[in-house]
Design a protein around this ligand. Structure first.
Ligand code: DX5
Ligand code: ZN
Length: 224
């Protein structure tokens, strides 16, 4: 199944409530929430209080992407704020196993992300323990960048590995994805598509979401 996850980072921050409603009306499945700490990544975005404030206004799955150092310190804050999925970066955790365990103990869906510079082999041993692998298709920190084509091979490797091991795994991609290139990530095996500027920047987000889903479905099915 394909899920489209608009990234709130590209929304109008002065009108978040209406922006997320617009995404739900446009057929989005998830709301991707990029939390940045100004340390793991150079940018600062928003944190748990903003997510908690949005929670009563949306039934979308809240997909929280933590780009913060030692996220284990803040898992409970994001659980309380109403996250459904919590994704941490492999590079940001001293004890990734403990971090995964903490997320799972709170009965959250758990994702682990790798940045473009991180070899995919580092992620593979964790796949049986998690619900979602996030392959960053740009260097994390900013919206509106171009997809790095070399990252697609990692998507392929993760999907192949999960298939061979018989693991039901969601594979998410994030960064630089638009209608014109969504076939590439789906063909590689991604089934959760994050897109910020290409959806929020569109005149008709519904059309973009519908087209992306249709194309991704076609290509993901071809792969199977
Ligand atoms: C980048 C973030 C992405 C970003 C995607 O660090 O993790 O979620 O918002 O934005 P676009 O789709 O504009 O590249
Ligand atoms: Zn993200």
């Amino acid at each position: 199944m394909i899920y489209i996850a608009p990234s709130l980072l590209a929304a109008d921050f002065a009108n978040l409530q209406s922006e997320i409603k617009q995404m739900a009306d446009a057929g989005a499945n998830y709301l991707h929430l990029d939390v940045m700490d100004g340390a793991f990544v150079p940018n600062i975005s928003f944190g748990a209080p903003v997510i908690a404030a949005l929670r009563p206004h949306s039934n979308l799955i809240f997909d929280v992407h933590l780009m913060i150092n030692e996220p284990i310190r803040y898992i409970d804050d994001f659980v309380k704020a109403g996250a459904d999925i919590i994704t941490v970066h492999l590079e940001a955790c001293q004890d990734l196993d403990a971090t995964i365990e903490k997320i799972k103990r709170r009965e959250m869906r758990c994702g682990v992300a790798i940045s473009p510079a991180t070899p995919v082999e580092k992620l593979l041993p964790y796949l049986p323990k998690i619900d979602m692998a996030l392959i960053m298709t740009v260097v994390p920190g900013f919206g509106g960048q171009a997809l790095i084509p070399e990252t697609l091979e990692k998507v392929r490797t993760v999907r192949r590995y999960a298939k061979n091991m018989g693991i039901a795994l969601d594979v998410q991609v994030d960064g630089g994805i638009k209608t014109e290139n969504v076939h590439l990530v789906a063909e590689a095996g991604a089934n959760i598509i994050v897109a910020g500027s290409s959806i929020f920047g569109a005149k008709k987000p519904r059309e973009v979401i519908t087209n992306m889903r249709k194309i991704a479905k076609e290509y993901l099915e071809q792969e199977k």
